[in-house]
Design a protein around this ligand. Structure first.
Ligand code: TYM
Length: 328
């Protein structure tokens, strides 16, 4: 059975971009793959986090994974910092990564821009991500479009290690979700929807209530003209809403276009808001239940144990390959 691995940062509440571009696909993939889905809290601390908020967001993301349909019987769900092999292999991969290739990462450039003190870990973020993936012999990594460059570097590091030391790592494939791979900001459809956007109206969080969802959708920026058609070049706002509608309804963009083409912009927004609320509202009830339950802790304890066992084998192989094992 092939292995799938992916992760989400608990750096805020996930948005419908994270859901439609990643989490929804995790749920589909768990049926057919040996699955690991991680809450990457060590990646989140590459920029300053409030301690209580980070703890809360970590637990909340785990609850959202499960509320979205990840099944602990099928998938291993765990918190990155509870599995020390990630940081350990991350360090080893930093040793073979070049500063030049790390500096070329657009996420690094975006996050470093305008900061007076740039944390070193913002630069060394991708080798930790590579470690996450390579520890489990991962075959495929489902992510949104924005992670493509990190995945290419992961492949480069795996190949470099295999060549320089020992051929131990599986070189993973990137699996970018078709149409949901890049959900755009509701306020600026030229920009990716992001959970860290300072404008709350730019994104719908997975925990926004129905009223908020409808309000944010209503104020979504659309384009000139009145025609509803999928054309990301000249109609980025309308195309983004059509994409959100189509994936939420599990239909193709063509079908969404046909269904909504005779509507006004106002009803496109209303229909899209309702489609999103139909998914999020039931999921939020399950999330609330899990947040205060010991069931969630049991799942995370078990997940960490399974992940520790699975990752320790690859870590030992990598240490042996690099000469970190003590000579007796
Ligand atoms: P993060 O936390 O930024 O995002 C989690 C996942 O959501 C996808 N995504 C989107 N997809 C579509 N439209 C959007 N607007 C949108 N915004 C985010 C991301 O592409 C991602 O798949 N570095 C990763 C976390 C990570 C990871 C890993 C991922 C750490 N280790 C190992 C895969 C494998 C990140 O920052 O994701």
């Amino acid at each position: 059975m092939k292995t799938v691995f992916s992760g989400v940062q608990p750096s805020g509440t996930p948005t419908i971009g994270n859901y439609l571009g990643a989490i929804k696909h995790f749920v589909d993939l768990q049926k057919d793959y040996r699955s690991f889905f991680c809450i990457v809290n060590q990646h989140a601390i590459t920029v300053p986090q409030n301690k209580q908020e980070l703890q809360h967001n970590t637990r909340s993301l785990a609850a959202l994974y499960i509320a979205s349909g990840l099944d602990p019987e099928k998938a291993t769900i765990f918190i990155q910092s509870e599995v020390p092999a990630h940081a350990q292999l991350g360090w080893m991969l930093q040793c073979i990564a070049y500063i030049g290739e790390l500096e070329r990462m657009t996420q690094f450039k975006d996050k470093a821009e305008g900061r007076s003190g740039v944390p070193g870990a913002l630069l060394t973020y991708p080798p930790l991500m590579a470690a996450d993936i390579l520890l489990y012999g991962t075959d495929i990594v489902p992510v949104g479009e924005d992670q493509k460059q990190h995945l290419e570097l992961t492949r480069t590091l795996a190949e470099r290690f295999n060549q320089q030391y020992n051929d131990i790592f599986t070189v993973p494939e990137t699996k970018i979700a078709g149409s949901g791979a890049r959900i755009m900001s509701l306020q600026n459809p030229e920009k990716k929807m992001s959970k860290s956007d300072s404008n709350q109206k730019a994104f719908i969080s997975m925990l926004d209530g129905e009223k908020t969802i409808m309000k944010k959708m209503k104020s979504a920026v659309t384009d000139s003209g009145r025609e509803i058609r999928y054309d990301p070049e000249s109609k980025p706002g309308v195309s983004n809403l059509l994409t959100i509608y189509a994936i939420s309804k599990n239909i193709s963009i063509k079908e969404a276009e046909q269904k909504l083409s005779s509507e006004s912009y106002g009803s496109l927004k209303e229909e899209t808001g309702a489609a999103v609320a139909d998914i999020l509202v039931p999921l939020q009830e399950r999330h609330a239940e899990l947040m205060n339950s010991s069931e969630l802790d049991d799942i995370l304890d078990k997940g960490a144990e399974t992940a520790r066992q699975a990752s320790s084998k690859m870590l030992a192989k990598a240490e042996r390959a690099m000469g970190l094992e003590r000579k007796k």
